[in-house]
Design a protein around this ligand. Structure first.
Ligand code: HEM
Ligand SMILES: [Cu+2]
Length: 487
């Protein structure tokens, strides 16, 4: 086997481990989501403690266990392909996997066995005000689980940066700095695909440090060694991390978009300088906008509120630039509308919807109306599924052919799955948008009075989405199986 083949094979194996695990977690998490929504109609019933436990598990499992994990997995393969160099350390990649899985196990224990139900963002002091619903040990196990996930994220992000560095690229340039100067003859040195991965890695490493401090304070309170963590400070720190952790999904997903567009169209994306400068804006801004989640905690000082609104608008720049260059490149070049291109295109539409609804959240004047309503739930499911999961499906279908060297098991079935997901999620997300505008509250096991009709209407859509997920996973698994048989 040539050296090139060897490092690709190595990355393939590692990616596949992360990928399959993330997919299983995601399938379970989406099933929980469906059951929760169904129970809000009254067709099935959960005890209150179970509903909030499942909500907590669903959020953490879908977002972090499924989304972050899938993105990490796909990242290894894309990085090695773009760099044409081996990963910096396969040992670190494996270590990240095992620590993450330990975190998953602890979170499952804290929720399913300990009834921990303070939501995936466990805003302080909820954990310690359980009113008998869960014991202190469940808080400790939950926090230890989150610490494992945090350590795994740190390891993975360091590995991303070290891989870029050991392939001979400068990290400074990889976060967009080189584009501050006009493009030299022969083009910029750093491939543009690397930029979102590097920006995310830097962002997560910085954000994890204050978060680690908060988690340790939680542990100390859990053991009874500290009694009064300041709730406002705790919330601001939680969101310092909680905002950019979404970028552990969104930024790699943008990178996958660039990668696919370049390979689909056989050339570099247009607007490289613009794109890199846009990402450079995100390097710092991503880490200082978390307090837009606490606009309604009015005791935060006014300059914090005002700066949060302006800075949050600034973080739309990399998204706007990405939309522009991806749509522009696809418009200008010829390419085949295969299943990946279709998923990619739908993901772009989802990105616009999620982004626009996010601007509503970011604007204090509107936030007053939609804070803690189902509008927020609509916004982040639009982001998580209509944008990110669609992009992850696109890159999965794209890479699975590389992985296996075979064609898709059944392109028609893949297309049917795609439309089920898209129409299904569009449908149920819009029921949430409507309920949110009408004041339907989030994190409630029962529908807000008079808004139950929309909950009912969302069920067929949610079911369609679920069928779409399972179909897509079936096609991917079958393709992998066919690939193995052909080896
Ligand atoms: C078929 C797909 C899905 C369905 C039907 C679904 C359904 C739900 C429901 C009913 C809630 C509770 C909302 C409330 O009433 O406040 C919820 C919360 C949530 N979902 Fe989903 N979901 C799905 C997929 C996903 C995915 C793919 C992600 C992320 C990648 C995700 C992330 C979250 C998060 C973070 C929460 C908040 C949990 C909390 O507040 O602690 N969901 N979802
Ligand atoms: Cu945020």
């Amino acid at each position: 086997m040539t050296e090139k083949k060897q490092h690709l094979e190595e990355a393939k194996e590692l990616s596949m481990g992360y990928f399959l695990t993330g997919m299983v977690i995601l399938l379970i998490a989406t099933l929980l989501g469906f059951l929760k929504r169904l129970s809000q109609t009254g067709i099935i019933e959960f005890r209150a403690t179970s509903w909030y436990t499942l909500m907590t598990l669903h959020g953490m499992a879908a977002f972090v266990g499924g989304g972050v994990f899938l993105c990490m997995g796909l990242t290894w393969y894309v990085l090695v392909n773009v760099l044409d160099k081996p990963l910096h350390s396969t040992k670190l990649v494996k270590l990240g996997y095992y620590i993450f899985m330990t975190g998953v196990a602890l979170i499952v224990i804290a929720t399913l066995f300990g009834n921990y139900a303070a939501s995936w963002v466990f805003l302080h002091p909820l954990s310690f005000e359980a009113a008998g619903a869960w014991d202190n040990w469940a808080v400790i196990v939950w926090v230890l689980g989150v610490i494992c996930a945090g350590v795994a994220i740190l390891i993975v992000e360091f590995e991303v940066l070290l891989t870029i560095k050991s392939a001979g690229y400068s990290i400074i340039n990889a976060v967009g700095v080189e584009a501050l100067a006009p493009e030299p003859e022969g083009g910029y040195k750093t491939p543009v695909v690397l930029v979102p991965f590097a920006v995310n890695a830097v962002g997560m490493i910085i954000a994890t440090i204050p978060f680690a401090g908060l988690l340790i304070a939680f542990l100390l309170q859990g053991f009874g060694l500290v009694s009064n963590i300041d709730a406002l400070l705790a919330k601001n720190i939680l969101w310092w991390f909680g905002h950019p952790v979404v970028y552990a999904l969104l930024f790699p997903s943008a990178g996958f978009g660039y990668y696919m567009v370049e390979r689909l169209t056989g050339g570099k994306i247009i607007g490289e300088r613009l794109t890199k400068i846009a990402w450079f804006v995100a390097v710092a801004v991503q880490n200082i906008i978390g307090s837009h989640h606490v606009y309604q905690d009015l005791v935060n000082p006014l300059p914090v509120h005002v700066s949060q609104q302006i800075l949050t608008y600034a973080i739309t720049i990399p998204s706007l630039a990405s939309l522009y260059v991806i749509i522009g490149t696809l418009y200008l070049r010829k390419f085949e509308w295969d299943i990946s291109a279709k998923f990619l295109f739908l993901s772009i539409l989802g990105w616009i919807l999620a982004g626009l609804s996010g601007v509503v959240n970011a604007t204090i004047f509107w936030n007053v109306y939609i804070h803690n309503t189902l509008w927020i739930v609509a916004h982040f499911h639009a982001m998580a599924i209509l944008n990110i999961m669609m992009m992850l499906a696109a890159i999965s279908y794209f890479l699975i052919r590389d992985y296996t060297g075979t064609e898709l098991y059944n392109e028609k079935l893949a297309r049917i799955g795609m439309w089920h997901i898209y129409i299904g999620v569009m449908g149920f997300v819009h029921m949430w948008f409507i309920q949110g505008i009408m004041g339907g509250i989030r994190r409630s096991m029962t529908s807000t009075p008079n808004l139950g009709l929309y909950t009912w209407l969302s069920i067929p859509f949610a079911l369609a989405a679920l069928i779409g997920f399972w179909l897509s996973v079936f096609v991917i698994l079958k393709t992998i199986q066919n690939g193995k048989q052909n080896e």
